[in-house]
Design a protein around this ligand. Structure first.
Ligand SMILES: *Cc1c(COP(=O)(O)O)cnc(C)c1O
Length: 368
């Protein structure tokens, strides 16, 4: 029933490999999205996602890619300037969205591969935005998929709160792949997309807003319509979405969340931690054989879902990716400014050390 893989096994940092069982769930017939059957399914999906996000709050089921949820966060954010912490392509996207929603935005950048420096963040929060106005919100990317850097969203949220700002977290390659404690860490807004660590097809975004975020959003001036957090909150109370949801994708999500619940979210995090550990050991062993590859990020700041590796001088990412593809594995070239000089291996979703090992072996052969 399912098509044979056309491109090989996916170790891209998105979209990720989707299991046949999950793809097959999408073949179910349509159902009316205003009715008890839909509402029951919606409630089951939200319940599954609540244990993934570790929250008691409703999780919004959005029929758009993750960027839509990033825009929802900005549009619903409290009035006032926004501090955007930028350490790669996706955190830069967050800043651009804030700017294009006409928000006064200050960008605090660190070099690619780094994570935001807490002292600098605090300094910026004290200084404030243009004219010294106090920041209303901070944007941060948990796992910067373009570099593989993992930021301390718990500490950054604490800092933001201490200075009266809310913290908006893009955890697209964090959620479902490494610890995210939405409620315990007091995250004001946190979002992910379906096609990363959740190992679903692209097309859905999932987001959680704190009660405080929703309260203040009700007076936010330009929330727009399609991405209005208040609409989502109201419809969530009756297990519905404001507009027609992407039903087939929700069928897939329902199936996948059942499997995730069965295995347990902590086991899922541990499986990802094991894949990072294996990749780190593999990099060391390849280096010991004289191939000069290296992690872009410092140890201890590496995402459990994606590794960005700097290639030896003169080696082109495109060529390495093509050779790995011939062996049947799809990995990523670098992103943005790192396009040619790095490769990215997405070790996330339903992969394990068992499926990752042959992929790393193929990358190793391609590097020789
Ligand atoms: C993939 C990704 C996005 C954007 O995802 P789309 O689904 O393409 O909108 C945003 N942030 C991060 C960190 C990502 O990895």
């Amino acid at each position: 029933m399912t098509q044979p893989a056309q491109f090989g096994t996916f170790f891209l940092p998105g979209p990720t490999e989707v299991r046949a069982e999950v793809l097959e769930a999408m073949l179910r017939p349509m159902l009316p999205h205003r009715g008890a059957t839909y509402e029951a399914m919606h409630a089951r999906i939200v319940d599954g996602l609540q244990s993934v996000f570790r929250t008691q709050r409703p999780v919004y089921l959005m029929s758009c890619s993750a960027t839509g949820a990033m825009e929802m966060a900005i549009r619903g954010a409290p009035e006032g300037p926004i501090l955007s912490l930028v350490n790669g392509a996706f955190s830069e996207r967050f800043a651009r969205i804030a700017q294009s929603c006409d928000r006064s935005t200050r960008v605090l950048s660190v070099p690619l591969g780094d994570t935001p420096h807490l002292e600098q963040v605090e300094e910026a929060l004290v200084e404030g935005g243009f004219g010294g106005a106090h920041f209303a919100a901070v944007t941060v990317v948990h796992s910067e998929t373009s570099t593989g850097a993992l930021s301390d969203i718990r500490a950054i949220t604490e800092l933001a709160h201490r200075h009266g700002a809310m913290c908006l977290v893009d955890s697209v390659t964090g959620v479902a792949g490494q610890p995210v404690e939405t409620d315990a860490w007091g995250l004001d807004f946190v979002l992910t997309g379906s096609q990363k660590a959740l190992a679903l097809p692209p097309g859905l975004a999932f987001a959680v807003a704190s009660e405080a975020f929703v309260l203040q959003a009700s007076v936010a001036p330009s929330r727009g319509r399609y991405l209005d957090v208040i609409e989502y909150e109201e419809f969530a109370r009756r297990s519905q979405t404001p507009n027609t949801p992407a039903l087939s994708l929700l069928y897939a999500a329902e199936r996948q969340l059942e499997a995730i619940r069965h295995a347990g979210i902590e086991a899922r995090w541990a499986r990802h931690a094991d894949m990072l550990a294996m990749t780190q050991r593999w990099v060391e062993s390849v280096r010991a054989k004289g191939v000069d590859i290296a992690y872009l990020c410092r140890a201890g700041e590496r995402s459990a879902t994606v590794s960005a590796l700097t290639l030896p001088e003169g080696m082109q990412a495109k060529a390495v990716v093509a050779r790995v593809a011939e062996a049947g594995y799809v990995i990523g070239a670098g992103y943005g400014a790192l396009k040619d000089s790095t490769i990215r291996i997405g070790h996330m979703g339903d992969h394990s050390v068992d499926t990752l090992e042959p992929c790393l072996a193929a990358v190793e052969r391609a590097l020789r």
